[in-house]
Design a protein. Structure first.
Length: 256
C-alpha cells in the first residue's frame, strides 16, 4: 500500500488523515508572503486583539492558494470517491501567539447542506507549526459515522464546549476518541464534513497560521433551485457549480 492509498484508508476509517510534507516548505514560504498583506488588513479591520483572525477567499487575491490546494486535489477526490473536486470556500485562519483562542467542537456538514449530494471534505494546510501548545486541530476518531443531533443549517454547527448531549457519548468515550492532529509547515490534514473537531488555544510563542478549504465533488448540484442560496451561487447551464467561481483543484503549472 502506497502513501496515498494509506491516507485514503485512514480517512475512511477515522474520518481524517494527514499527508506529511505534501507541500514543499519553500512553497509554503512563498504562499505566506502572498497572504501577509491580506492578514495584516484583516488584523486592522477585525481588531488586533481578536483571539482568531480570518482572511476569507484568499484564492481571489493570492494565486498560489489554488496552486497549493491543487496539489492536494487528487487525494481529496479519492477520499470523497469522485474523479475531481472543486473549491467551495477557503480561508486563512490565524491564532496569535500566547493568546489565540480555542474553537469549539463542530462539524462542517452545514457548509454543504444546500448541495446534493451534501458531503464534503476540509483541507488544512499548515503554514506554521501546529502543536498541542499552539492550538492544533483535535478530531474525534470515527465521529463521521456517528449520529449527531445538530441541525443542518447554513453556517457552522457548533456543539459548544460539551458535546456529550448531542453525540450521546459519555465523557470517557469522547476522550478516548480525541486525536490531536499535529502538523509541521507543509503538512496537510483532510477531514470529512461530518467529523467532529475543534482546536485549543494558542499558548505557544509563534502565531499559528493555517490555510483551510472546503471542497466538494464536481458532480454536486444545488439542492433547491429556489432556495435561499440560489441567488448567490454561480452555476453552469447544467446546474453544477461554475468552475470560474468554484475552481477545479487539479495541478495546472510548474511551481518550481
Amino acid at each position: 500500500m502506497n502513501a496515498v492509498d494509506a491516507a485514503v484508508a485512514d480517512f475512511s476509517d477515522a474520518g481524517f488523515t494527514v499527508l506529511r510534507g505534501a507541500v514543499p516548505v519553500a512553497l509554503i514560504s512563498r504562499l505566506r508572503t502572498q497572504l501577509r498583506p491580506m492578514l495584516e488588513a484583516a488584523q486592522a479591520g477585525q481588531g488586533i486583539d481578536l483571539p482568531v483572525w480570518q482572511v476569507v477567499q484568499p484564492w481571489c487575491q493570492a494565486p498560489l492558494v489554488l496552486d497549493v490546494l491543487a496539489l492536494i486535489g487528487p487525494v481529496a477526490a479519492r477520499c470523497l470517491g469522485t474523479h475531481q473536486v472543486q473549491l467551495l470556500q477557503d480561508a486563512m485562519v490565524a491564532k496569535p501567539a500566547h493568546r489565540g483562542g480555542a474553537i469549539a467542537w463542530h462539524h462542517d456538514h452545514a457548509y454543504t447542506s444546500w448541495l446534493t449530494p451534501p458531503g464534503s471534505l476540509s483541507i488544512r494546510v499548515a503554514l506554521t507549526a501546529e502543536t498541542a501548545e499552539s492550538g492544533a486541530l483535535v478530531a474525534l476518531h470515527g465521529s463521521h459515522r456517528w449520529e449527531v443531533a445538530v441541525q443542518d443549517l447554513i453556517g457552522a454547527d457548533s456543539l459548544g464546549d460539551d458535546p456529550r448531549v448531542r453525540t450521546g457519548r459519555s465523557a470517557a468515550e469522547l476522550l478516548a476518541a480525541e486525536r490531536v492532529v499535529e502538523l509541521a509547515p507543509g503538512d496537510v490534514s483532510l477531514h470529512h464534513s461530518r467529523t467532529l473537531h475543534g482546536s485549543g488555544a494558542n499558548h505557544a510563542a509563534w502565531q499559528r497560521e493555517t490555510l483551510v478549504a472546503h471542497v466538494v465533488a464536481s458532480v454536486v448540484r444545488i439542492a433547491d433551485a429556489d432556495g435561499p442560496m440560489a441567488p448567490y451561487v454561480a452555476l453552469t447551464p447544467e446546474g453544477q457549480l461554475d468552475p470560474s467561481a468554484f475552481p477545479v483543484l487539479e495541478p495546472q503549472r510548474d511551481l518550481a
